[in-house]
Design a protein around this ligand. Structure first.
Ligand SMILES: Cc1cc2nc3c(=O)[nH]c(=O)nc-3n(C[C@H](O)[C@H](O)[C@H](O)COP(=O)(O)OP(=O)(O)OC[C@H]3O[C@@H](n4cnc5c(N)ncnc54)[C@H](O)[C@@H]3O)c2cc1C
Length: 378
């Protein structure tokens, strides 16, 4: 009997699944029906998002169009946002539509936890979903232009995402530097988990760009136009961008799947749910409790080919292969201008050449998934 494979989310790992399905179609076409359900049909590549905000890229250069990839792989593509997974009937649901499956794979990413601080949901702009953020960012630029008075823009989150975002935005609005005041606030130190030299270099770039940095400052509450800190102090703002940490969508835990760390889907070394053998997951939404890593796109990318192989194996009952996450990864943080800071196993470099290096890597990734009919370059 034909098996039904359902892919939820057009995240980085599922791009590799689409690629494998296209390349190996002769192996599975007779046995498996594949459907991809994704909230967006043009899926953003977040490595290039800061460059898009800064004005170095056009939107089309940073989004992968899922339609030609799905068509080339003989995969049915549906635009919908799944909000329920019923494992007693093996169906996923969105807007009262249902997609039945024998095997399901989840690659839906994560978003900053807006629920973690009272008032964040009402008064902060979340950096994810990225496309919603981009719409609000365009509006924000118009507002900044139309206001005569000085404005204060705050980014919350001192990790890679927050730092890259504030520098990209400040670069884009550099011509209004006399009227726009920038702040980056963070509960911890700057760039936790990164070599201290990276943090020092980044602090210097922030200062050069006119961004006031406030570390070890936990936000306790947000009201309209005002941020309250746990130490009793406060700061007024005209716009607040929320780029703190990562949270999972609540329907994952509600489905009864084994979860860890507040709702992330618990997977084993095969990227398979630790509670349900016919459920797989990769990217930010998946956490292997034995091998925790930071939530970074680079892991979703590395997991992609292993996930693809295991999905095809699971539909034909073959042994699964293991994913071994690397201990560290090459991190390339852009600093708004065409400059970046690299870190890798404690080594740190910076320069315009590092940005060009990052640009080449990012463009190669995009090219791989925008030229599906060309021979692959690896
Ligand atoms: C500003 C910023 C910069 C970053 N820069 C980097 C970087 O340079 N390098 C790096 O390694 N990481 C970076 N990251 C982290 C990176 O964004 C994530 O780790 C990465 O995107 C995770 O990939 P993913 O495959 O899990 O999901 P995503 O790339 O987030 O994709 C999720 C997909 O699922 C779809 N989807 C979501 N919910 C649903 C649903 N309910 N139903 C159906 N479809 C759904 C979405 O439409 C999307 O297609 C950055 C993050 C931010 C915020």
């Amino acid at each position: 009997m034909r098996k039904r494979l359902l892919l939820i989310g057009g995240g980085h790992a599922h791009l590799f699944v689409l690629e494998a399905l296209r390349v190996q179609r002769h192996q599975w076409l007779e046995q498996v029906d594949v459907t991809l359900v994704s909230r967006e049909l043009h899926t953003p590549y977040s490595g290039m998002l800061p460059g898009l905000i800064a004005g170095h890229y056009r939107p089309s250069e940073c989004h992968v169009d899922l339609a030609p990839l799905a068509e080339a792989a003989n995969v049915s593509l549906v635009r919908a946002e799944i909000d329920q997974l019923d494992l007693s009937r093996n169906v996923a649901t969105a807007d009262e539509r249902e997609w039945p499956f024998d095997v399901v794979s989840v690659d839906i990413g994560s978003a900053p936890p807006l629920f973690s601080v009272p008032g964040a949901r009402e008064h902060a702009l979340s950096v994810k979903p990225i496309d919603l953020f981009l719409q609000r960012w365009r509006k924000l630029q118009e507002e900044v232009d139309s206001l005569e008075r000085p404005v204060h823009l705050i980014v919350a989150g001192g990790g890679a995402g927050g730092v890259e975002m504030v520098l990209a935005m400040a670069h884009r609005l550099a011509s209004r530097r006399d009227r726009v005041k920038w702040s980056l606030v963070t509960r911890d130190e700057l760039l936790p988990g990164y070599p201290r030299r990276s943090a020092r270099l980044m602090a210097k770039r922030l200062a050069d760009a006119g961004v006031a940095l406030r570390t070890n400052a936990a936000v306790s509450q947000i009201e309209e136009g005002k941020l309250h800190f746990a130490d009793g102090s406060n700061a007024s703002f005209d716009a607040l961008v929320w780029a703190t940490g990562a949270a999972a969508q609540p329907w994952i835990a509600a489905s009864g799947l084994a979860c860890v760390d507040n709702g992330f889907l618990s997977v084993n070394t095969h990227l398979q749910s630790t509670s349900h053998a016919h459920v797989f997951a990769a990217g930010d939404i998946a956490t292997d409790p034995q091998r925790r890593r930071s939530k970074a796109g680079v892991f979703a990318v590395r997991q992609g080919p292993i996930l693809a192989e295991n999905l095809l194996r699971s539909t034909s009952g073959r042994d699964l292969i293991a994913y071994q996450p690397q201990r560290d990864y090459l991190s390339l943080l852009s600093t708004g201008d065409r400059h970046a800071i690299a870190s890798w196993y404690g080594l740190v470099w910076q320069g315009n050449w590092v940005w060009r290096w990052k640009n080449r890597i990012d463009k190669r990734f995009m090219q791989r998934f925008t030229s599906p009919f060309l021979p692959q370059s690896e």
